[in-house]
Design a protein around this ligand. Structure first.
Ligand code: 5GP
Length: 190
């Protein structure tokens, strides 16, 4: 997605060889036009995947996912990050390790918002080790539903997540794929 590449190059800050900061259009301030265009790309890729619902993970996945749900005319669900386990039968929960915060959280989905017949598209802002996306997929599969695919805004292709998810058979589609990060330099996959 050309406009996303351009914004990453102009405004992205490589904080280290592993972490990219894009606070000016995605993770803090949000550029709604850019989010809308992301929605168009996800729709074009996933429109024949028989998706019934779109899931994302709070909070930075929400903006691109709303725009995708709107254009695909599908319901959307935000998976919550709870600090501790909820001891009731009303929710599905799974433990996920946060890449950026280096701590665990309980990814949580109410049983009300998924059924066995669902075919879920999962969308997130970044893909690094794949823990967040895999946690979301675990919740979907625990409910007896299927994962239609995984849509990612920025994939760090040099980290283990992309290969791990593809090896597990998931259809991963990323709008930007980064090959290398260095102090002041960002290289895309060619
Ligand atoms: P994973 O679970 O794939 O290891 O990491 C994905 C999650 O960590 C994303 O939901 C995102 O919030 C966060 N994350 C991973 N890498 C980055 C990064 O380079 N920059 C930012 N801003 N967030 C990241």
């Amino acid at each position: 997605m050309e406009n996303l590449h351009k914004r990453i190059l102009e405004e992205g800050q490589a904080l280290s060889e592993n972490v990219l900061k894009v606070d000016s259009f995605l993770n803090h301030q949000v550029d709604a036009d850019l989010m809308y265009e992301m929605g168009t790309y996800f729709k074009n890729y996933f429109e024949n995947h028989k998706v019934t619902k779109i899931f994302t993970i709070e909070s930075s996945g929400i903006a691109p996912t709303v725009m995708t749900a709107m254009q695909m005319k599908l319901p959307m669900v935000t998976l919550k990050k709870q600090g501790s386990k909820i001891l009731s039968g009303d929710v599905y929960q799974t433990t996920v390790h946060s890449y950026t915060k280096d701590m665990n959280y309980e990814l949580t989905l109410s049983k009300k918002y998924i059924s066995k017949e669902d075919n879920i598209l999962i969308i997130d802002d970044f893909l690094a080790n794949g823990e967040a996306a895999l946690g979301a997929a675990r919740l979907v599969e625990e409910a007896g539903a299927k994962v239609a695919g995984i849509g990612i805004v920025i994939e760090k292709s040099f980290q283990p997540g992309p290969k791990m998810l593809k090896d597990k058979g998931y259809d991963v589609y990323s709008l930007a794929r980064i090959a290398k990060l260095g102090k002041g330099s960002i290289e895309f996959v060619k």
